[in-house]
Design a protein. Structure first.
Length: 228
């Protein structure tokens, strides 16, 4: 969508990095990516995690994910996906999540999001929902009310990404021409945004696989510890 052109770069410039701000604590602890994702997922299983709290997590992780996008660092994007997945698993519709985000008091960027930034966040939430829906991920809601425009524009896109992931194709090897019809009039910025959308959908499946692997590891018998 042309209205979100350049928003990733804008967010990267607008949000100061904690590394560049002495005295400012990092937003997330330095844990192994899979461990960090798993711990946040475990927190999201807390029945006390309300939709406003989920919205706050989405708000925080979205800003950091945008800031890290230019460097190719994906861990914060995975945390955003985990946050949106918590909303999906709670049965919250896209309109309900969007409403909660619109009144979220936290402003990680130090200001309100610009309309195009909020639109990009909304799109990424839809992409996570669409991917989870394609993967038959459980949710208590029968109809999550994914906007028809997003379903029309990105339904097949997310399905192709999920199938490529299932077949073992890495994110680095994914080609946009395999997902969308080539268009010589499409600008480099539009291609970059499509690339980020592809990454959101792809990593949504990765998050599910990492959670499943962590659950299997926890279920394996632990070795006997003398004296225990």
């Amino acid at each position: 969508d042309g209205s979100v052109m350049g928003v990733i770069a804008l967010m990267a410039l607008a949000v100061p990095s904690p590394i560049a701000c002495p005295g400012r604590a990092p937003l997330f602890p330095k844990l192994a990516p899979r461990l960090l994702t798993t711990r946040l997922s475990q927190a999201h299983s807390d029945p006390q995690l309300t939709l406003p709290k989920i919205a706050e997590l989405c708000e925080t992780t979205f800003v950091r994910a945008c800031m890290d996008a230019a460097s190719g660092y994906v861990d914060t994007l995975k945390l955003f996906i985990v946050s949106v997945k918590a909303s999906y698993e709670a049965g919250a519709s896209i309109p309900a999540l969007s409403a909660a985000l619109s009144v979220c008091p936290r402003q990680t960027a130090g200001r309100s999001l610009l309309p195009e930034e909020a639109e990009l966040r909304h799109l990424w939430c839809c992409l996570v929902y669409l991917t989870l829906e394609h993967l038959d991920h459980p949710t208590p809601a029968e109809a999550l009310k994914i906007p028809s425009s997003c379903r029309s524009d990105y339904g097949e896109f997310c399905l192709k990404v999920a199938n490529a992931h299932k077949q073992g194709q890495s994110l680095q090897d994914m080609q946009l021409d395999e997902l969308v019809t080539p268009d010589p009039t499409r600008s480099s910025i539009e291609m970059a945004i499509l690339g980020q959308n592809m990454r959101v959908s792809y990593l949504s499946r990765t998050v599910l696989e990492e959670e499943a692997a962590a659950a299997r590891s926890e279920q394996q018998p632990k070795p006997f510890i003398p004296g225990s």
